[in-house]
Design a protein around this ligand. Sequence first.
Ligand code: DAT
Ligand code: MG
Length: 151
Amino acid sequence: MAMERTFIAIKPDGVNRALIGDIISRFEKRGYKLVAMKLLKPSKELAETHYAALSSKPFFAGLVEFICSGPVCAMVWEGTDVVKTGRTMIGATKPTESAPGTIRGDYGIDVGRNVIHGSDAVDTAEREIGIWFKPEELVEWEPTMSTWIYE
Ligand code: DAT
Ligand code: MG
């Protein structure tokens, strides 16, 4: 398993429902390292670029409108296998199909209000990090607890 980075975004529903702290806490407690974070109201262009692969879907326009509607908390998290493990922590796309204990399984009902985004593969993560962050916004640092997380 490799040291990876993933793009995680708390969507406007998660921000408005005051879930930022809980979600960050889950990634922190798991042992992952936060390397970038910002709160922003995404432009239509940013949202359309982020979800470009879904542009032919009937829900695309509504999805873009929703993502642009309020603050998004955009983050980059780093750690061993963080892309796949992050998706496991997030749960299935439809919250009603997400297991309890996952973020969507604990906090969501409708697919269009599923609280959080997480990259689905290492190459997707690289692309999404590049869309949302400038290289200088990614912080190089070594958490002092690393030796208690990794052997
Ligand atoms: P995920 O966010 O789990 O990677 P996805 O990439 O297939 O899922 O879709 C991106 C987002 O689009 C998803 O988080 C919520 C929305 N979405 C997906 N399927 C939908 C549907 N059938 N109806 C409405 N919104 C949908
Ligand atoms: Mg996806």
